[in-house]
Design a protein around this ligand. Structure first.
Ligand code: SF4
Length: 444
């Protein structure tokens, strides 16, 4: 794989570095991302995924998810890196009941488009006030994009891995690898990014959704023109350039000189109190992204602001709480095993499914990660945006690894191999692994 510059500015009006995958001749099969209807057969039973555009849930819908997990699955909700929710352990005769419950709750508005409703949005958008990081509130765009996406029959052909992102200008979700992203660059203007790279296209905020949908259609047109199967724009040689060209044509737009948006991967979500006004938000980290039914019901009951916002960092935000409510909620969530302290050693710790959920796994990585967190010494400083993320994986595929600089802890069958910045250390037991992780995170 080599990186090269593709498409001269003279030819395309834009300048985008592209990944040239010399041996890429297309995927041999359509993607198999699970949905609420298309259930994946995992080692521990059926795995269903429910799309939650923008991570936005009402308390009632979160209660419905919790009840569905309790009745039909293994009793927990898994939060994904796309702010979606999945339920494991579905028996074959439970799958229909699960999907029917999701449909009744309004969580399955389209049977044809369910797997492509992957929409990230800045979780704190509209909450943290002037100077809080965002330029605009992307909330109205979430519903508009979801509605218009589902209303276009042709877009049902998008792969389930295709992802949209709406970044309010703070740069939190723009670097998370979406295929098509709009980032606010002024209160009424957005930039279009494809596969994380700025196309140079700038449109009014009222055209943001149109630009995203044009990008999705252009991707499908490019696949058809090449007669290949691919799951992401980044997989196509010159994909971002050629898709951008099609978008410019569709919108009869052109690129003028621009200041490029350069998104960076953000590995950690909000934890603790955000804001200092009459209404605050409370960021909650969910250890390893696994929310029990009881914890989910507790979150729903504490969401006096009327919504829960799931984050792509496998956490949640409770918006618009009175400060006293937030303090009470933090205490109750902490007592229930959730994390509201930005100094917690859980911050930035992720893991793949591991055993028993994945047949390829060489270890129960979640149990081992939990044991290592329990051994972590008290932090001398709050974990924060500069905290090194740690990702545990049951094999070298490292599913779910966050983007950016990460310490990988990979099961070997005889222990773990910790890798960071190209160097590695083999550890034979939990204590040894805990010491290595602690050292890597710079706590000693
Ligand atoms: S990283 Fe390996 S063990 Fe973990 S979920 Fe992926 S395939 Fe399974």
């Amino acid at each position: 794989m080599t990186l090269r510059q593709s498409g001269s500015p003279q030819e395309t009006g834009i300048s985008i570095p592209c990944v040239d995958i010399a041996d890429f001749h297309g995927r041999s099969r359509p993607d198999a991302c699970p949905g609420a209807l298309q259930v994946h057969a995992a080692a521990d039973g059926g795995l269903a995924r429910v799309r939650v555009p923008g991570g936005r849930l009402t308390p009632d819908r979160l209660r419905e998810l919790a009840e569905a997990a309790r009745l039909h699955g293994d009793g927990a909700l898994e939060l994904t890196s796309r702010a979606n929710v999945q339920v494991r352990g579905l028996a074959p005769d439970e799958e229909h009941g699960f999907a029917a419950r999701m449909a009744r709750a309004g969580l399955l508005p389209s049977t044809t488009h369910e797997r492509i409703r992957n929409i990230l949005a800045s979780p704190l958008t509209g909450l943290d006030g002037p100077g809080g990081g965002g330029i605009a509130d992307v909330t109205p765009l979430i519903g508009e994009l979801d509605r218009r996406l589902c209303a276009r029959p042709a877009l049902a052909a998008l792969p389930g891995r295709f992802m949209f992102a709406l970044d309010d200008g703070r740069g939190d979700v723009a670097g998370l690898g979406a295929d098509a992203t709009v980032v606010f660059v002024a209160p009424d203007r957005v930039a279009l990014l494809l596969a994380g790279t700025d196309t140079g296209l700038r449109v009014g905020a009222d055209t943001a959704v149109t630009a995203l949908l044009a990008a999705a259609e252009a991707f499908l047109d490019e696949l058809a023109a090449r007669d290949v199967t691919a799951w992401r724009i980044s997989e196509l040689p010159d994909g971002p350039v050629l898709v951008a060209d099609r978008v410019l044509t569709a919108l009869t737009a052109r690129v003028t000189p621009f200041e490029p948006v350069r998104p960076r991967p953000v590995a950690l979500g909000p934890v603790g109190l955000v804001g200092d006004s009459a209404r605050v938000a409370l960021g909650v980290a969910v250890p390893l992204g696994r929310l029990t039914s009881d914890q989910a019901r507790l979150l729903a009951g504490l969401a006096s602001g009327g919504e829960i916002r799931l984050t792509p960092w496998r956490g949640a935000v409770l918006p618009r709480l009175a400060p006293a409510e937030a303090a009470d909620a933090a205490g109750r969530l902490r007592a229930a095993g959730l994390v509201v302290d930005p100094a917690s050693p859980w911050i930035g710790v992720t893991a793949c499914a591991g055993r028993p959920g994945c047949a390829k796994s060489l270890a129960d990585v979640r149990a081992d990660a939990t044991a290592v967190v329990a051994l972590a010494p008290p932090s001398r400083r709050p974990y924060g945006t500069d905290t090194l993320p740690v990702h545990w994986a049951g094999c070298a595929r490292r599913c779910g690894r966050p983007r950016g600089r990460v310490a990988d802890v990979v099961a070997t069958g005889h222990g773990y191999h910790l890798e960071l910045d190209g160097t590695g250390l083999t550890c034979s037991g939990i204590e040894e692994t805990a010491a290595a992780v602690t050292a890597a995170r710079g706590e000693l």
